[in-house]
Design a protein around this ligand. Structure first.
Ligand SMILES: [Zn+2]
Length: 463
């Protein structure tokens, strides 16, 4: 090669290089696998995870990935460990919950920002949490964690602790289960970035979880038996060489602000005494029971939670609402959370979920029972309705009985208020349920009746 040709060859080669498509194809980013979960637990308060920790410890042993979402940070109630209250207590309880879960090996934990609500009324909790904004946050967590199965409190009202916040976590988890796969729900979470530092669009993908299971917040679990899988907590964990209930109890030790008295007594017990306590007093050694809400992949009702789960994503399954039952032109119905749950089960295809019939509630002795009613008049004229109330001995009608007028084509809200007696035997902490009936008559004809079973307790959350 002459000196001259060498001089020209270099620029020609460079030119050729620019023209060749020598670049490797660019792989577009994938969802972050560190946040993928097999199981997403949705509960209300720090320490509620204990309702499922023995099962979660087992699932972790089997190599499953678990994520947890809490409705609130637990910033109300007494502090058993220190002076802090309110928001500062919430700061502490968030850490206590994170430590409990990290002792099991769970790091992916989120708090949805709801406020503690001390009542049995799920609608009060949903109002206090900011229902819409909290649902939006939970849908985001479902899309981020892409769970195969969701575990949560059973949305329903029962004699038991029946905490409105627990129920709210179950309502929101069910709504998120049905919405996260919908490409039109909170679509701003799904939109692709429009610029390099995208401030609004999240680039998540819709996600349809495959199964949802519930655990009830009821005192008596008879109606839930056989409605889902059951797990012994006495089996020994391969990774920790301890029974699952014992691992769960160990994880619970972080909750000092909620249970310091109990934890202090625990630290003074021998292993043998702990075992005796677990079996006799606190239900730590009871089997864990779940209720199958929905499976979009088949399987049996009592089969394993992850039965029939395959690695592939499944398409969005729009919730199939079940048709409304026909009503008479003139009718009376129990309203409030009871009618809400009736509609909720219908809207989410959950009419098989166990619920007590007649409906029930436990209330503190000497307080007021409120029976909310819907009075429906679909006739073309105003109608007079007479409400009469049958009460157990010693209970008194405060207000709401007598005649009311419902205008034509209207659904009106009415309310009966009843003063409850004290417990028959002050030494007992509870009394068997008694029945209250509200009868509705119009023009001398009975148009329906509402029955409610009410149990008195020494202590209960407000209605
Ligand atoms: Zn709780």
């Amino acid at each position: 090669m002459t000196r001259l040709t060498r001089f020209f060859a270099l620029p020609i080669l460079l030119l050729c290089g620019l023209q060749l498509p020598a670049q490797e194809p660019k792989t577009l980013p994938l969802p972050d696998d560190r946040y993928k979960a097999d199981i997403l637990l949705v509960v209300a308060h720090p320490d509620d995870e204990a309702a499922a920790t023995p099962y979660l410890a087992r699932a972790l042993d089997e190599g499953k990935r678990v994520a947890v979402a809490y409705g609130t940070r637990g910033s109300s109630g007494t502090n058993e460990a220190g002076a802090e209250q309110a928001a500062a207590l919430g700061d502490i309880r968030e850490i206590e919950a994170r430590r409990a879960l990290s002792s099991l090996g769970i790091a992916n934990v989120w708090f949805l920002g709801g406020q503690d609500t001390a009542s049995q009324n799920v609608l009060q909790s949903l109002a206090n949490w900011g229902h819409g904004a909290t649902l939006e946050r939970l849908v985001r967590i479902v899309r981020l964690t892409r769970p195969e199965a969701v575990l949560t409190f059973l949305p329903g009202t029962f004699i038991g602790e029946d905490h409105g916040d627990h129920q709210a976590s179950g309502v929101l988890a069910t709504e998120a289960f049905d919405l996260a796969g919908d490409p039109t729900a909170f679509a701003e979470q799904l939109a692709a970035p429009m610029r390099r530092l995208e401030p609004y669009f999240e680039n998540l993908r819709p996600w349809q979880a495959k199964k949802i299971y519930y655990f009830p917040d009821a005192a008596d679990d008879a109606i839930f038996r056989g409605k889902g899988p059951e797990y012994s907590v006495k089996e020994i964990s391969k990774s920790k060489q301890q029974a699952y209930w014992r691992i769960a109890l160990e994880a619970f030790r972080t909750h000092e602000t909620q249970a310091k008295g109990f934890l202090d007594s625990l630290s003074k017990m021998s292993e043998e005494q702990i075992e005796k306590m677990a079996v006799s007093d606190y239900g730590w050694a009871d089997a864990q029971r779940f209720v199958l809400g929905k499976s979009l992949v088949g399987g049996s009702m009592t089969g394993d939670i992850l039965e029939n789960i395959q690695a592939d994503a499944i398409p969005f399954a729009r919730a199939q609402a079940i048709a409304e039952t026909a009503r008479l032109d003139l009718s009376v119905e129990l309203a409030g959370t009871w009618s809400y749950y009736e509609e909720f089960r219908r809207a989410h295809g959950l009419t098989h979920l166990p619920h007590p019939e007649p409906p029930e509630i436990a209330l503190q002795e000497g307080t007021t029972l409120v029976i909310p009613l819907w009075l429906r008049n679909q006739t073309a004229a105003s109608r007079e309705i007479l409400l009469t109330v049958d009460l157990p001995a010693g209970w008194k009608l405060q207000s709401g009985g007598g005649k009311v007028i419902v205008s034509a084509k209207q659904v009106a809200a009415a309310r009966v208020e009843i003063s409850l007696s004290a417990l028959a035997d002050p030494a007992t902490k509870k009394q068997d349920p008694q029945e209250v009936t509200v009868r509705a008559d119009s023009n001398g004809q009975n148009i329906g009746a509402v029955k409610l079973r009410v149990a008195l307790r020494k202590r209960a959350l407000p209605q």
